[in-house]
Design a protein around this ligand. Sequence first.
Ligand code: SF4
Length: 318
Amino acid sequence: MRAYFTDPLKLLKKLDLTAQQMNFSPTAESQFSFKVPAAFVNKIQRGKIDDPLLQQIFPVQQELNHQTDYQKDPLDEVNSLSRPGLLQKYHGRALLLVTPNCAVNCRYCFRRHYPYADKGHLWKQIKHNIQLIKQDSSISEVILSGGDPLSLADDKLADLLKSLESIKHIKRIRIHTRFPVVEPERVTRQLIETLTHSKLQIIMVLHINHAQELGRDNQNAIAGLRVRNITLFNQSVLLKGVNDTLEDLIQLSEALIKHQIIPYYLHMLDKVQGSAHFEVNEQEAMMLYQQLRAQLPGYMLPRLVREIPGEKSKRPIY
Ligand code: SF4
């Protein structure tokens, strides 16, 4: 966790860019802190204002243009909590928030305003939440989320898996993470051993928005995860200025399949305050998706969906 950039101006210096060129906003940064690992920074092109990776992480003036339909909690998660740190939105699945920390702070994140601190220490609530999962035999899958669950140290993660393995009705663990992509060194031997020795099936959902995020340094990390009981999927968010062209989306699917990662979802942006400049509207998204569908074989085509608060599954857009 040492090689992180937490000062936007230092990053700009490294990239030969100025604060003015990038529309840097210290106010936006104070609202959602800046954090990006060096491995991700190394894939940003120098001197390129519209680099698709830089666009995802840099705090800009446009974040302050508040629009009424953009909310602090766009998915109404705070009201959907069964109790702090436990979400049960969909049948058979329970989502455990295990940490507020991430490898990278993505400016469009739908949890960028999530009141983690008000909800108490998530890790301390885990034991109680596991008891609740134990009492509900309709739950067969536990989704580890946060933040990024791989922010947890290996031994904590191993303890958590052991506790879940002891529950008879749990068959699968799903881990949503950006670590193997933005900080591949996080995929340690111990992590791989912990996951492969689990009695449960492990589904790992990566979050990659652009083919440029996958470099040589990710090959070993991803190959390490392509083992016995781990299935790799990817979900992306359709983001203006990042991946909203046909070429970007084709290249992304090609890169995923090359790494044996299944393209799973292409999400419409969740309307979180500060992210309106990333919006691709439904009409534009559908046109793009129609073209994508004509170009790619079915197994390379992610499903275009939107999450609607209160609905029992994601809503297909196309
Ligand atoms: S939860 Fe995911 S999208 Fe949000 S900041 Fe963390 S890594 Fe990025």
